[in-house]
Write a protein of this length. Structure first.
Length: 88
């Protein structure tokens, strides 16, 4: 099994867009027992990936609890970089 941060990045090569909640829903079965599998850590991973140019923000909205959800996508170059370094 690949590290959680790698799985987060790899997920963005397979979906049109996703937010932290989407990531958690998709990866919960495999990574739900990891210490780092908490929403603030997932958000930090997404923000780091954006800062490094691997993903970009697509939109934002509020969830049912009026918490901000930021959606991201891997653009073509970002997806190519992710796939070059993370196989599978």
């Amino acid at each position: 099994m690949i590290p959680l941060n790698y799985a987060i990045l790899k997920m963005f090569t397979k979906v049109d867009e996703a937010c932290a909640d989407c990531v958690m829903d998709a990866l919960r079965d495999r990574y739900g027992n990891y210490k780092a599998f908490k929403k603030p850590a997932i958000i930090e991973a997404l923000m780091t990936a954006e800062a490094n140019g691997l993903i970009e923000e697509t939109r934002f909205d509020l969830d049912g609890n009026n918490e901000l959800r930021v959606y991201y996508r891997a653009h073509e170059e970002g997806a190519a970089t992710i796939n070059a370094y993370i196989k599978g």
